[in-house]
Design a protein around this ligand. Structure first.
Ligand code: SF4
Ligand code: SF4
Ligand code: FES
Length: 237
């Protein structure tokens, strides 16, 4: 049986890579490799996953230098000369090994007012939003975000400016700005209009290139810039 050489980050910020050899298998994912190491070679290895089918967003790691969802990343896709290098996500505090502290990421969703705010009660009927409207189509383009943090970890502006809200929170804000049922439009635009908001984006497209759900946070952030400008011109901000 052939084997795969891997280097996995161990410890905290001052840790180091540790080498392992794992049996090579057909259709093997990077998450399969990490799971093999933890179950067969070193049970102290810490990592995070839940669904294994690309839905929960918890398994993201840095693989050969790029953030990826590991449960849907086949080894055959990332293998190069030399061992496969598996590290925690960038731009987030490291807890241990492959586990990052996601609190700053989700705190920024809250700062961007990423929570739906409606004014209907359970006594009201279902809202009817036509799939053909522009707003609905723009909301649909960003709604499938699974909160994996791949975009956030890949964004240079987050690395330079830790206060920057980042692509996922701003994509969420853009989705809600286009949700005609939401009643928090102005407050949300105000929340993303500051120095750490949409105008800090340099349109590098790293987030869009890396998003495993084919979402374009860059396009959403551009939409937010236009919406903030329009609201400012009307004196609404
Ligand atoms: S487009 Fe904006 S949010 Fe996306 S990676 Fe570049 S700077 Fe970050
Ligand atoms: S926008 Fe894409 S990369 Fe970013 S958190 Fe959502 S699914 Fe993950
Ligand atoms: S384990 Fe749920 S997305 Fe990978």
């Amino acid at each position: 049986m052939s084997t795969l050489k891997v280097r996995i980050w161990r410890g905290g910020e001052d840790g180091d890579f540790q080498d392992f050899e794992v049996p090579r298998q057909e259709s093997q994912t990077v998450l399969d490799v990490v799971t093999y190491v933890q179950r067969k070679l070193d049970p102290t290895l810490s990592y995070r996953f839940a669904c294994r089918v690309g839905m929960c967003g918890s398994c993201a790691m840095t693989v050969n230098g790029q953030a990826r969802w590991t449960c849907r990343t086949h080894v055959s896709k990332v293998i190069q000369d030399g061992p496969v290098e598996i590290a925690p996500l960038n731009n987030l505090p490291l807890v241990k090994d492959l586990v990052t502290d996601m609190r700053p990421f989700f705190d920024k969703w809250a700062q961007a007012r990423g929570r739906f705010q409606g004014d209907k009660t359970r006594k009201d009927g279902f809202a009817q939003v036509s799939p053909q409207t522009r707003e609905r189509q723009q909301a649909d383009a960003g709604i499938e975000c699974i909160g994996c943090g791949v975009c956030y970890s890949s964004c240079d502006v987050v690395a330079w400016n830790p206060d920057y809200l980042g692509p996922a929170a701003l994509n969420r804000a853009w989705t809600l700005v286009n949700d005609v049922r939401d009643t928090d439009y102005r407050a949300r635009l105000a929340a993303v209009a500051g120095d750490a908001g949409c105008h800090a984006c340099h349109s590098h497209f790293n987030c869009t290139e890396r998003c495993p759900k084919q979402i374009s946070p860059t396009a959403g952030i551009a939409g937010l810039k236009r919406a903030v400008l329009a609201a400012a011109v009307k004196g609404e901000l």
